[in-house]
Design a protein around this ligand. Sequence first.
Ligand code: SAM
Length: 330
Amino acid sequence: SFHKSKGQHILKNPLLVDAIVQKSGIKSTDVILEIGPGTGNLTKKLLEAGKMVIAVEIDPRMVLELQRRFQGTPYSTRLKVIQGDVLRTELPYFDICVANIPYQISSPLTFKLLNHQPAFRCAIIMFQREFAMRLVAQPGDKLYCRLTVNTQLLARVFHLLKVGKNNFRPPPKVDSSVVRIEPRKPRIEVKQKEWDGFLRICFNRKNKTLGSIFRQKNVLSLLEKNYKTMQALKLSQGGSQEETDTKMDFSSLGDSMADQGMDMDDDGDDDDDGMDLEGGDAEEEQSEFKDKVLGVLKEGDFEEKRSSKLTLQEFLYLLSLFNKAGIHFS
Ligand code: SAM
């Protein structure tokens, strides 16, 4: 019996299991993390290919079935099963992750993996097709969104395989895709809260020009408030205080990532996800600050550009221009 809530769609096509393992590029020395092994069809091939498999499975009945399947075989000493919710499990060291996951954890799992240290070599993961296409989207693609940019900041993502629903029992409602995620080494250093606040504004209306996004009163008043707070801080601290750089840390963003990742109707056009953009009625007082903000956009030639078409490098560059001008997003 299957639990819909646990997304238990078992891979039934052995050729597909072979293709996934083959495309993973597993080495015989690899420690493999498998998430959601289920009855162990993929697990068996992973054990054949690598040195060791650590499998995290939430369902105790599946854990039992898995242990029974490999008991008394030469594989049993190289398989370690952890029973638990992968999102709440402290992950061990691994070289490579291979997983056919329940789709409801796609977004938080992706960011959990990408924040894991030391960084693994790559992850080969089955996702819902649309989620996969968001991860690999390029500027200008319809599915290019905040999730895309946040993921590509941390990793390079490649589409490997299209997988139809009928490869699973029971078949899920949606088609799937297997992608390969390679963490960037070294990481691109950003101030996490700055980056997140910046991208939320940019993708609030991803098809509008940045000029019109940054002319919005609520955006300007938020940025001006931050600006004044920073100026006051600098004065009180002798003008030398600089925010220290931190590594990208999404651990506190798990929920918002999940919201975005799983809301498949959200094309990013009306993504009003809780940022406080209220207030801002003092048009006159704002004009000087507004010129400052628009000056930054002009300096980088961003005024007529749209987030839906900006590359990761352009986002990083624009944020650096804002910060250089003392304009902050957190
Ligand atoms: N890997 C198997 C296969 O390909 O046939 C099963 C894949 S099935 C889509 C997802 C598996 O993940 C199920 O065995 C389910 O019990 C397990 N699972 C669901 N939520 C989980 C979670 N939060 N942490 C760990 N495992 C989970």
